[in-house]
Design a protein around this ligand. Structure first.
Ligand code: DX5
Ligand code: ZN
Length: 216
């Protein structure tokens, strides 16, 4: 069984409440925050997260694509994030560690993500602290891109790392996930799938969520 996290970035923002309701059968809701600096795009942030928190009981899977995430992680926790995942490339190692500890001190799940060009070994110094490892299968910044197959061995590596350390950490994949690539990810060791355009462009969102969840 895989956990399924529909990415709100692909929703119709003029109908956000109804869009969230339409994916309520998922395991969590993926919320992409972009700052226009770490990635060449700007999405949505704290006030929208607050509104989303009030609109759903789903756990909120917040993905920060921002530089120096330690400045803001506590505020995302306070606005209703259940998991806060940020990028290992986004600051110096000691600041990344500080940000991880700040999320944990709030009692929330914490994750680190790697862009396609960053090896899983970059996460090793922090791995024992993590609840989530997020492997990007596209360059972060935009929905609707094609899956980068070179990311697949990184899922196996991340799963092996978690097993070696004896930690129960999700291995989550983000970008280009659909029926075919989702199966490849789960076969490679991922247990959580983010899917934006695949779910929100489908006429049967519930059915596609069930399909992805059934992958093992
Ligand atoms: C990309 C975001 C993704 C995006 C995925 O930077 O982090 O979460 O919404 O979109 P799809 O599933 O359309 O590739
Ligand atoms: Zn994301």
């Amino acid at each position: 069984m895989a956990k399924v996290s529909p990415s709100l970035l692909a929703a119709d923002f003029t109908e956000l409440g109804a869009e969230i309701q339409s994916v309520e059968s998922a395991d969590m809701l993926h919320f992409d925050v972009m700052d226009g600096v770490f990635v060449p795009n700007i999405s949505f942030g704290l006030p929208v997260l607050k509104a989303v928190r009030e609109a759903t009981r789903l756990p909120l899977d917040v993905h920060l694509m921002i530089i120096k995430p330690g400045r803001l992680v506590e505020r995302f926790c306070d606005m209703g994030a259940d998991t806060v995942t940020f990028h290992v490339e986004a600051d110096e190692p000691e600041e990344i560690r500080r940000a991880i500890m700040a999320v944990k001190a709030k009692g929330k799940r914490v994750g680190l993500s790697v862009k396609p060009a960053t090896p899983v070994s970059a996460l090793e110094p922090f791995a024992e602290l993590l609840d989530n490892i997020l492997i990007m299968a596209v360059e972060p910044g935009f929905g609707g891109q094609s899956f980068i197959y070179e990311a697949v061995p990184k899922m196996t590596e991340a799963r092996a790392l978690a097993e070696r350390l004896g930690i129960s950490c999700d291995v989550e994949v983000d970008g280009g996930v659909n029926r075919e690539t989702g199966r490849i990810c789960v076969d490679a060791g991922a247990n959580a799938l983010v899917a934006g355009s695949f779910i929100f462009r489908s006429a049967d969102r519930r059915g596609e969520i069930e399909y992805l969840r059934g992958l093992k």
